[in-house]
Design a protein around this ligand. Structure first.
Ligand code: NDP
Ligand code: 2IT
Length: 446
């Protein structure tokens, strides 16, 4: 490691102890930025990196609520308002028992660069709670969301901070959160994205992250004169991102052979499409069941625990959670012939896994580029809310496609310009950073 990276990382680790995911996210960006800082002494002088790694504001709060048995429960709520150089804070809310400040700081930090890559005027933020929506009734989820918003509403606004969904926060939760905000503020405002289509949501927002991930992978494949047609695709997760990544792969002629959840994974050699995909949608979005039920219904393989990456595939789309692809998983994927990986999830590959992919010339699209379609269409939802109009499905999909193609070009161009052609990790980090850094310089020391 160089002196520059060493110095920054020593500072980050000292100031943010016990936040390993945050350290990991910062380290990757700082390593990518070495050649940029060498060429731009003005960034060093203005202490851009030191300022970027410090959130502008962190809000932590108590969320008490009452469960169905009448017992009082207490969870912790967070909103990390990381950087507003390019626009109001923007990023999802995650409800998962693993949520803590370090996880939300890694997500908020990455969001700054991802949002910059979309080309839309969006700052970066993230929030959530250690509340676990699994096995909760709709009423319990509603009471929790109302409790959560009873504090969050003071901190957000259509020009200040606009949260959205992430793990454990989908259409149901966004509805409950929106209802409570409206009641408290007595204002119908676009303060959340991913809203219902009848009350301010955008067409294609539900599909956007999964579709965008496949569009980015398609662009990477094109650089090698390949397409999805006839390819075997392994996908992890079976939530929002995985579902629509699978649908888009099917539409482009690929075959999705795996999906997973936190209990295990399925391998379906018939391909997860048609009535099988419809069954999955009902299972996960309405019955809220386990992936094993899919295997029971269609008589395919189910394996408990992790191991989804042992499935032979040409393309891997990790769409579950952080650090789900270990070095060994990456080696197995490469050994089995995988030549393209696009991260639907945030930071699903460990640094060691990324090294394996890059050393083996795998087309590797990092999350900041590959999953930016979700927040991209969130930005489009905000525009439609401000103009009080709704674009058609075709219009939004075309804009999403354009955003993903532009992210591909911006990443390739920045990688080339700063000495690592073909490295989308460096390219995405650098392209995302440059706009934010220049905006921070323009806006002075604030
Ligand atoms: P969902 O909650 O809809 O789905 C998450 C899926 O991942 C579920 O199938 C879940 O299984 C599985 N999962 C979670 N933790 C683990 C684990 N430790 N091991 C195995 N499987 C696990 O979330 P999303 O689909 O929205 O999000 C998935 C990823 O995509 C996250 O990294 C998120 O940050 C990222 N992302 C999401 C965007 C969005 O618009 N929603 C935008 C950009 C990125 P189970 O139900 O059993 O917990
Ligand atoms: O990680 C992400 O980009 C998201 N969860 C979506 C954020 C958003 O504001 O749509």
């Amino acid at each position: 490691m160089s002196n520059f990276v060493d110095t920054i990382m020593a500072h980050v680790k000292n100031m943010n102890q016990a936040e390993p995911e945050f350290h990991q996210a910062v380290q990757e960006v700082v390593e990518s930025l070495e050649p940029v800082i060498a060429k731009h002494p003005e960034f060093k002088e203005a202490k851009i990196l030191e300022r970027l790694i410090e959130p502008e504001r962190v809000i932590m709060f108590r969320v008490p609520w009452v469960d169905d048995r009448g017992n009082v429960q207490v969870n912790r709520g967070f909103r990390v308002e990381f950087n507003s150089a390019l626009g109001p804070y923007k990023g999802g809310l995650r409800f998962h028992p693993s949520v803590n400040l370090g996880i939300l700081k890694f997500l908020g930090f990455e969001q700054i660069f991802k949002n910059s890559l979309t080309t839309l005027p969006l700052g970066g933020g993230k929030g959530g709670s250690d509340f676990d929506p699994h096995q909760k009734s709709d009423d319990e989820v509603m009471r929790f969301c109302q409790g959560f918003m009873s504090e969050l509403f003071r901190h957000i606004g259509p020009n200040t901070d606009i949260p959205a969904g992430d793990m454990g926060v989908g259409g149901r939760e966004i509805g409950f959160l929106f209802g409570q905000y409206k009641k408290l503020r007595n204002a119908f405002e676009g303060i959340l994205t991913g809203k219902g289509l009848e009350w301010g949501g955008s067409l294609i927002r539900t599909e956007a992250t999964g579709y965008g991930c496949v569009y980015l992978a398609e662009e990477m494949l094109k650089t090698q004169q390949k397409s999805f047609d006839g390819l075997r695709v392994a996908i992890s997760g079976s939530g929002n991102v995985a579902q629509y990544a699978a649908q888009k792969v099917n539409q482009l002629g690929g075959k999705v052979v795996t999906l997973s959840d936190s209990s295990g994974f399925i391998v379906d050699e018939e391909g997860i499409s048609g009535e099988r995909w419809d069954f999955l949608m009902d299972l996960k979005n309405f019955r809220r069941g386990r992936i094993k039920e899919y295997a029971d219904k269609f008589k395919c393989e189910f394996h408990e625990g992790i191991g989804v990456w042992n499935t032979k595939a040409d393309v891997a789309l990790p769409c579950a959670t952080q650090n789900e692809i270990s070095e060994e998983d990456a080696q197995t994927l490469v050994k089995n012939g995988c030549f393209c990986v696009a991260e639907g999830a945030n930071m699903p590959s460990t640094p060691e896994a990324i090294e394996v992919f890059l050393n083996n010339k795998v087309l590797f699209g990092p999350g900041k580029a590959a999953n930016a379609g979700g927040v991209g269409v969130s930005g489009l939802e905000m525009s439609q809310n401000s103009m009080r109009i709704s674009w058609t499905r075709e219009e939004v999909d075309a804009k999403l496609h354009r955003i993903m193609k532009d992210i591909h070009i911006a990443s390739i161009t920045a990688a080339e310009r700063f000495g690592s052609p073909g490295n989308y990790v460096h390219g995405a980090n650098i392209a995302g950073f440059l706009k934010v850094a220049n905006a921070m310089i323009d806006q002075g020391v604030v």
